[in-house]
Design a protein around this ligand. Structure first.
Ligand code: NDP
Length: 450
């Protein structure tokens, strides 16, 4: 009756996983992707960003090497070479994604697909395809506020392809993307300014992490313009001049906006088909990722649940098992570990101290702040912080937070413990690995606050 059992609009992390699993369960599946298969994470998000983070670290590592006896020639950095190598790797990954879909028997349509009705999709070549089920996985896109001169500002999308490396850059915002790119450009040699409407970075994270990262970024030389908003951007002979609402201004080569992302739901026929959208444009779904239209589902950033790649993948997988595996699975969104690849990086899972105080009657807070061994021979004053939040009644560890070298790698293991409800006593029964930073997670006998 239909051309396909499933038509997936958007070939990012969530859509690709859903398509592949559904095809493996016997469904006839097609995916439409208007840019490159792999989506934000592979093409202009997690992967290229992490490659840039690696690149940025070498400045500190080379400086540190001297304290261990190495003499290195003065290093120089070649931005076009980094871009070229990064693009080669991204193209390899995109090809791998396409190959995987092809091997699973999924048909790939290049170009924008638009829903014509609840079972029909119009393809870029003007033809139409019908499907019993439609999955919306179109992701999100950077949001820029509407101020005069905003057309001169880039977002993270363009930051991955800048032709000229900016000697001076102003980043607006203080969320994940802003602090990650501040560290990237600073490490690669830019003079970095970060402007934010409040007084410390990463709202929503544990306050100790926010204080610690703000202080470390300042110490490294990132210039903060707090409690201010950009009023306009003006292009002149010497670059871009940003005018702030308090009357001051700053001239830089590049202004980058990292002020959040909005779900991609415009112009793809969702409203016409009667799909319910939230005020911010996100597709509203139930616990099985189903919209108000029974045969239309949505996963990933377009649903505005938790905008993280592994979450989108889980949602896509759960959707496929639910609809094609006769096995209803509702993706869980609690105790999701996450990392911010700032410098120093953050790893976090579970509740912040403030959230724990609201949700639990009594908590205990364990905190350890220290200078990692790696920095003790050199002049680096960088410090690390590890923190556990424990529910006093059950002794369960309900939050674990770290900022410092390797925090994202370390928190993955701690995430297993938190997700599975381990107690503080069980943490303490585990022997330390010495010498390491991670050992602090099992070496904090006394609460500092309760
Ligand atoms: P975030 O929501 O993390 O941060 C947005 C920032 O912009 C906040 O500081 C916010 O301020 C500020 N802001 C929002 N609107 C305005 C405005 N109109 N004027 C001035 N400032 C504004 O968004 P990002 O763009 O950094 O990242 C988007 C999402 O992508 C993240 O939420 C995350 O889920 C995901 N991501 C995850 C990564 C990872 O896992 N490592 C890396 C990168 C992205 P305020 O705090 O006051 O609201």
């Amino acid at each position: 009756m239909f051309d396909f059992d499933l038509f997936v609009i958007g070939g990012g992390s969530g859509g690709v996983r859903a398509a592949r699993i559904a095809a493996g369960l016997g469904a006839r599946v097609a995916v439409a992707e208007e840019y490159l298969v792999g989506g934000t994470c592979v093409v202009r998000g997690c992967i290229p960003k992490k490659l840039f983070v690696y690149a940025a670290h070498f400045a500190d590592e080379i400086a540190l090497a001297e304290s261990f006896g190495w003499s290195a020639p003065h290093p120089s950095f070649d931005w076009p070479r980094l871009i070229e190598n990064k693009d080669r790797e991204i193209n390899r990954l995109v090809a791998l994604y396409e190959e995987t879909l092809g091997k699973a028997g999924v048909e790939i349509n290049r170009g924008r697909a638009i829903m014509k009705d609840v079972h029909t999709v119009e393809l870029a070549d003007g033809s139409a395809a019908s499907a019993e089920t439609i999955l919306i996985s179109t992701g999100g896109a950077p949001f820029k506020p509407d101020i005069p001169g905003i057309e001169h500002a880039i977002t993270s999308n363009e930051a991955f392809h800048l032709q000229t490396f900016p000697k001076r850059i102003l980043i607006a915002g203080a969320g994940y993307i802003a602090v990650e790119f501040a560290g990237i450009f600073h490490g690669l040699g830019s003079e970095v300014f970060l402007s934010y409407r409040r007084d410390k970075v990463l709202r929503g994270f544990d306050e100790d992490l926010r204080d610690h990262l703000t202080a470390e970024m300042k110490r490294k030389g990132i210039n903060f313009c707090f409690e201010t908003n950009l009023r306009s951007i003006e292009k002149g002979a010497d670059g871009l001049t940003a005018h702030f609402d308090k009357g001051d201004s700053l001239t830089v080569d590049t202004v980058m906006y990292a002020t959040g992302r909005l779900p991609n739901t415009k112009g793809i026929g969702l409203e016409e088909a009667g799909v319910q959208l939230a005020p911010n444009g996100a597709v509203v779904v139930d616990e099985f990722s189903r919209t108000n239209i029974p045969n239309i589902y949505a996963v990933g950033d377009v649903t505005d649940r938790k905008a993280l790649t592994p979450v989108a993948i889980k949602e896509g997988h759960a959707f496929a098992l639910t609809v094609y595996g006769n096995n209803p699975v509702s993706p869980e969104h609690d105790d999701v570990p996450s990392a911010v690849f700032s410098q120093p990086p953050i790893g976090t899972v579970g509740l912040t101290e403030d959230e724990a105080r609201i949700k639990h009657q009594a908590i205990e807070v364990y905190r350890s702040e220290f200078r990692p061994l790696k920095y003790t021979l050199g002049g680096s004053e960088e410090r690390a912080l590890i923190k556990l939040i424990v529910d006093r009644a059950s002794d369960r560890v309900i939050g674990a937070h770290m900022i410092g070298p390797d925090a994202p790698e370390i928190i993955q293991g701690i995430g297993i413990a938190v997700k599975n409800g381990l107690t503080k006593a069980q943490f303490d029964r585990t022997l330390a690995i010495h010498p390491s930073s991670a050992e602090e997670f099992v070496l904090m006998p006394t609460p500092v606050e309760s």
